[in-house]
Design a protein around this ligand. Sequence first.
Ligand SMILES: [Ca+2]
Ligand SMILES: [Ca+2]
Length: 157
Amino acid sequence: MKFRSGLAGVLVSICLLMLIAMSVSCEEWWYAELEPNDDFWEATAMPSNNKISGRISENGDLDNFYDIVYEGNTYTYTIQDMTNNLQLMLYRKVYNTEDSSWHAEVVGVAVDIESGAGNESLVYVPTETQEEVFVRVEASSDAPDAISSYWLVKTVE
Ligand SMILES: [Ca+2]
Ligand SMILES: [Ca+2]
């Protein structure tokens, strides 16, 4: 009997620890990029909680994200680069009938002209009821071998 109550106590303790761990991890929950995501057909979806973490992990790493946007809203995509200059590009996927393939049509590029970490933003206002847009993060052209973690933040107004 003593063994059983002791075991029950241990089980209750384990359950309590798991609950505490779950509540802590819920508060610190965030989404992360999913590699490979170097082109639009393997882009990571932007999360509904509007924040995702990523890392330009090597020279030539391109991180693509896609988002579904709706007319009547204004979307702002901001990159918060941590240690090095990163570049943010917003584009749409368009079909080219001449070569029967999809291409990226650049809508805007944001580059931090100051060296070092900082924030860059791009704003998009959809003109169609529903559109698919893409955001690409890469090292800035003035420091192509830069490595940096970043946050990509979306705001909707
Ligand atoms: Ca990456
Ligand atoms: Ca990548």
